[in-house]
Write a protein that binds this ligand. Structure first.
Ligand code: HEC
Ligand code: HEC
Length: 219
């Protein structure tokens, strides 16, 4: 008898600990959703599906699977100078964490950001990359990747606030596989928007790095 009641006690305590952690998490998501609706929905739209040429999707499954919390949090905190993405430092670390927790509820596959960000830096040739970039990427991302400001559908991939936070692995993965349900299709294989060779993708990344003097690789 004594033994069962001790067991019950321990068991009850564990259950309580689990449910209170669950409660804290769902409360965080609730708060994050509210912050999203007050601050982000105008541009990123309901369910953060984005709007071509205006704001990217934040609930796209490829983005959610390769973006680290660090990438999300620093992008939201600092914004992207010279684009429509304003800084939200005033939400505080907790507010930003809450909104990221809300976005994460749309995640459908395991997060791979650790392996993606640990990929080696591009070994490409920036001069070759500039040629490919101008041939293929400028149509949607603008000259030197300046983005929507040029009336194009793609984001500012030459923007320094983007380049300083993103790893070569993130860019490589996005160029290879694209983002489903957006205009950003992958560039590898016969179903790609163009079938680029691995080397050509490396060259493009090397060129993109010159747009921010090649200093920082999002590490
Ligand atoms: C006034 C419009 C506007 C508002 C408000 C806004 N954003 Fe953005 N956001 C943008 C634009 C435009 C971009 C793309 C900038 C570019 O061209 O690189 C962007 C990019 C982003 C990105 C990077 C996505 C990627 O694909 O790399 C994240 C993350 C993001 N916004 C989160 C948020 C969150 C969270 C909020 C609310 C706290 C918010 N944004 C509010 C316009 C906005
Ligand atoms: C047909 C149009 C189109 C072409 C061509 C295109 N992109 Fe994109 N790209 C997009 C769009 C649109 C997005 C943002 C997706 C969204 O709106 O949610 C994007 C997003 C990206 C991102 C993620 C940026 C971010 O803010 O997180 C990278 C990196 C990228 N593209 C690289 C490239 C490169 C490199 C090329 C050339 C090889 C290229 N793209 C060609 C339309 C295009």
């Amino acid at each position: 008898m004594k033994c069962t009641s001790i067991l019950n006690g321990v068991f009850g305590l564990t259950l309580f600990a689990i449910s209170s952690a669950g409660f804290a998490a769902s409360n965080q998501v609730k708060q994050g959703k509210q912050i999203y609706e007050q601050n982000c929905i105008y541009c990123h739209q309901a369910d953060a599906i984005g709007k071509p040429g205006f704001a990217p999707s934040l609930t796209n499954k490829e983005l959610l699977s390769i973006a680290s919390d660090k990438f999300f949090m620093s992008t939201i905190r600092d914004g992207r100078t010279g684009t429509g993405m304003p800084p939200f430092a005033h939400l505080g670390k907790k507010g930003i964490q809450d909104v990221v927790a809300y976005l994460r509820t749309y995640e459908t596959t395991a997060n791979r950001s650790k392996t993606i960000d640990a990929q080696p830096a591009s070994y490409g040739d920036a001069r070759q990359g500039q040629f490919w970039f101008n041939q293929i990427c400028v149509t949607c991302h603008g000259v030197e990747g300046t983005g929507y400001a040029n009336g194009v559908v793609g984001t500012a991939i030459g923007n320094k606030d983007f380049l300083r936070k993103v790893s070569d692995g993130f860019i490589r993965e996005t160029v290879k596989h694209g983002r489903s349900n957006t205009r950003m299709l992958g560039f590898m294989g016969p179903t790609g928007l163009a079938n680029l060779r691995k080397e050509e993708i490396e060259d493009i990344i090397a060129y993109m790095r010159t747009l921010d003097k090649g200093n920082n690789r999002g590490r």
